[in-house]
Design a protein around this ligand. Structure first.
Ligand SMILES: NC(=O)c1ccc[n+]([C@@H]2O[C@H](COP(=O)([O-])OP(=O)(O)OC[C@H]3O[C@@H](n4cnc5c(N)ncnc54)[C@H](O)[C@@H]3O)[C@@H](O)[C@H]2O)c1
Ligand SMILES: O=P(O)(O)OC[C@H](O)CO
Length: 333
């Protein structure tokens, strides 16, 4: 059993936009927050200029955030937030030093080779560490600015929630308890794929009705897939599912939505994904989600359509025609 106190030492692993925004909000009231970055220039900017121009420009960071390039420095931390892209979680967990820290997973995706959710990856690599998932409608730039944000903090048990929620809750940052770790993860992973679809709707000029229809029917796909993996519908109806789906499907602030918008305008995924240093997780989650859903006998026609568009196998017009002409079924299916 870890003992976390108000001045517990927090470590954030991953200094992209989200890791940096979390460092900013969670460093309030702390003596020091340690942020691991893999880019030497990010470490230098955070420590010298108190900013991260590469991933979260135009935000001044607290002076008590200290960046390091050496992941071994995380050894003495009581709580570790893992904020790497989903496909790199395994390698980052494997390089962490020996630690009893509670691990809070903040990335949204499914591992490509294994089809495992992030908590399943963590259980393989770090079976003895207490585990939680932090997920919800959270654009990094808004959190860094201190704008009000509510999200789900799913913990493997209530005792862990009691210990870590005082470190996460701030005046503008409000976590809600859930004991459904898988549900919290599935919401975040699936919404990224659906956000690509909503971006396509926008880019191809298909209208607001189509966007709302995609959100509604996409949510039905999320519920079906979630049920097949043991997630609770009530979790998916909350902040980490429907809440995040609505946010990400509505704004070009979302990298996933923007990727879809480019596809809808006729650009190829290859072009849109080349030369970028930020992650659009839905592009990596989509094919593995499709494979996993098929193996479980779960129908996900919108996810299938996003996969076909990402692979360059079709165009928005054909996809719409195919989706609109499926056999008529009950809305409850
Ligand atoms: N940006 C947001 O608003 C936001 C909000 C909530 C959750 N998330 C999730 O957080 C996770 C991280 O996203 P982000 O937005 O902070 O990243 P980002 O797109 O801003 O930056 C990319 C990150 O990937 C890291 N990276 C690249 N190659 C790597 C490797 N081989 N090993 C380890 N790390 C590597 C970079 O160092 C950088 O931290 C994603 O799963 C994302 O879905 C993001
Ligand atoms: O920019 P996106 O699409 O990765 O979305 C960021 C967050 O997941 C929103 O909650």
């Amino acid at each position: 059993m870890i003992v976390v106190h108000a001045k517990a030492r927090i470590g954030v692993v991953g200094a992209g936009a989200w890791g940096t925004a979390l460092a900013q909000v969670l460093s309030e009231g702390q003596d020091e927050l340690l942020l691991w970055a893999r880019e030497p220039e990010v470490v230098e900017q955070v420590n010298q200029a108190h900013e991260n121009r590469m991933f979260l420009s135009s935000h001044s960071l607290r002076q008590n955030i200290r960046a390091t390039l050496d992941i071994a420095d995380m050894a003495e931390r009581d709580v570790l937030l893992m904020v790497t892209p989903a496909q790199h979680l395994r390698s980052c967990l494997a390089t962490l030093p020996e630690t009893n820290a509670a691990i809070i997973l903040c990335c949204k995706g499914i591992e490509a080779d294994s089809q495992l959710l992030m908590s399943e990856v963590a259980q393989e690599i770090r079976p003895d560490n207490p585990l939680a998932v932090l997920s919800g409608p959270t654009f990094a730039h808004e959190v860094a600015k201190g704008l009000p944000t509510a999200l789900t903090l799913a913990c493997e048990n209530e005792a862990l929630w009691d210990q870590i929620n005082p470190l996460i809750a701030k005046t503008s940052f409000r976590p809600y308890f859930s004991n459904d770790i898988l549900g919290a993860e599935i919401g975040g992973a699936v919404k990224n794929v659906l956000a690509i679809g909503c971006g396509v709707v926008d880019g191809a000029g298909l209208g607001q009705n189509a966007r709302a229809s995609l959100i509604g029917r996409g949510f039905a796909e999320m519920l079906r897939y979630g049920a097949s993996r043991g997630a609770k519908a009530e979790t998916l109806s909350g902040l980490c599912g429907l809440g995040d789906l609505v946010l990400t499907c509505s704004s070009t602030s979302s990298r996933n939505f923007s990727l879809g918008k480019g596809l809808g305008e006729g650009q190829s995924a290859e072009t849109l994904l080349s030369d970028r240093n930020t992650v659009a997780e839905g592009a990596y989650t989509a094919p593995v989600l499709q494979r996993d859903a098929q193996s479980r006998g779960v129908e996900m026609p919108i996810v299938d359509a996003v996969c076909a568009l990402l692979a360059g196998n079709t165009d928005p017009k054909s996809v719409v025609s195919q989706l609109m002409n499926r056999p008529l079924v009950s809305e409850r299916r």
